[in-house]
Design a binder for this molecule. Structure first.
Ligand code: 3LM
Length: 400
């Protein structure tokens, strides 16, 4: 399927997020991509069927390996990330496991940054090891730490930046440079930023993964993930990781909803970033607050790096209150507009306590070693009027 050249390569980000990879004239002029609800596809002949299986004829076969609605989303995500090809999956964890299981075999090593989303950490720390893969966690915010441990057995180097939940940043270009001489795949989880704020492939990373459940979908109504990389790598992850190892294909309805979400990605991210910046300043000034973790603050140790590799500072904030965990719990319970919930990137402002929620997969001593304090509170700044978010948060803080 083609799409109008006018709406492609040289257009701006928002234009491509709305149009890329879809030509309405291929589908009766339908403004929105049609939703293909089918698990299987009829072949023109038995020969055509075997040719499709052999990769010698074009055409869909079965939903687990491809669907026209999903293909539009995959092309669009690849374009926005600046990659050759994309793969949409049924969850962020589906994307991450499909990539890992495709790239790894027993005896290989993985090096990961020490702060990761709880279930990604658990996959690496507790589960990959069952298959004979060795995992090392290092502080990748000091790239020299990677130089010290890099070797030929390392098949994946992995990080999130900003890291969930403590907002540490990793220098993508510096890590890419260290990885370059090795046959390793440097994977960046770009969930917190989206390609609107940061494009790891353009900075030298080999693969990007996403929880599309978050900002890409943007409305808290679906679970999805994505992988973007070279065509060769995406083919491998699709035909091995998804088709034969985890089966984590996205539903076409969820692909449709993400295509709808992408139309407002730029607008939403601008608003998330603007409100998060205001809230970070308000929190930093507040007497009850011990520390604010937000790369947009001049006081952040990652402010310079953020200016180098992100176009804005994102919608996520972490903070510690002077009264530690007890104060954090009391604060969360006093909020009225802001919802106490995990996940992020929704229209609603969400607050959660990583140590007992998203990062409870870490043992207490692991959390300490990996830089996730018990008193840390995470806020996903939503799209409500900033005055209302501010009033709710300041009112809850005033009760402490
Ligand atoms: C959360 N995060 O609240 P799914 N990568 C990153 C993530 O933040 C997540 C995933 C991958 C949260 C989910 S916790 C019970 C809720 C950086 C998810 C995994 O499989 O789509 O949830 O993505 O931090």
């Amino acid at each position: 399927m083609t799409s109008s050249p006018k709406r492609n390569a040289k257009s701006g980000f928002a234009t491509r997020a709305i149009h890329f990879g879809y030509n309405a004239q291929d589908y009766h002029g339908a403004l929105n991509p049609p939703l293909f609800l089918t698990s299987t596809y009829g072949f023109e002949s038995s020969m055509d069927g075997s040719d499709r299986f052999a990769g010698e004829a074009q055409g869909y076969i079965y939903h687990r390996v491809g669907n026209p609605t999903v293909s539009i989303l995959e092309k669009r995500l690849a374009e926005l990330e600046g990659g050759e090809a994309g793969l949409a999956t049924s969850s962020g964890m589906g994307a991450i496991t499909a990539a890992f299981w495709t790239l790894l075999k027993s005896g290989d090593e993985v090096i990961a940054d020490k702060t990761l989303y709880g279930c990604t950490f658990s996959l690496l720390q507790h589960h990959l090891v069952k298959f004979g893969v060795t995992v090392k966690f290092i502080d990748m915010s000091t790239p020299d730490e990677l130089t010290k441990v890099m070797n030929d057995k390392v098949k994946i180097v992995y990080c999130e930046t900003p890291a969930n939940p403590n907002m540490r940043l990793i220098d993508i270009a510096a890590i890419s440079e260290i990885c370059a001489p090795f046959e390793t795949t440097f994977i960046v989880d770009n969930t917190y930023c989206t390609p609107y704020l940061q494009r790891p492939l353009e900075l030298g990373a080999d693969m990007v993964v996403h929880s599309a459940t978050k900002y890409l979908g943007g409305h808290g109504d679906l679970l999805a993930g994505a992988v973007v990389a070279s065509q060769e790598m995406i083919d491998q992850v699709r035909y091995v990781g998804i088709k034969e190892m985890n089966g984590a294909m996205i539903s076409s309805f969820d692909a449709f909803l993400i295509l709808r979400g992408l139309k407002t990605l730029q607008l939403r991210m601008d608003r998330h970033c603007q409100s998060a910046m205001s809230l970070a300043h308000d929190l930093e000034r507040h007497d009850a607050v011990e520390r604010v973790y937000y790369p947009g603050l001049a006081s952040s140790p990652f402010h310079r790096l953020a200016n180098k590799q992100m176009s804005q500072f994102g919608g996520m904030i972490a903070l510690e209150l002077k009264g530690g965990l007890d104060a954090g719990r009391a604060f969360m319970d006093e909020l009225e507009l802001v919802t106490s919930a995990v996940s992020l990137g929704d229209a609603e402002t969400l607050v959660q306590h990583p140590a007992s929620m998203t990062h409870s997969t870490y043992e207490p001593e692991e959390r300490e070693r990996h830089g996730i304090t018990d008193g840390l509170i995470r806020i996903s700044v939503g799209l409500e009027d900033y005055d209302d978010i501010q009033a709710d948060i300041l009112s809850a803080l005033s009760t402490l």
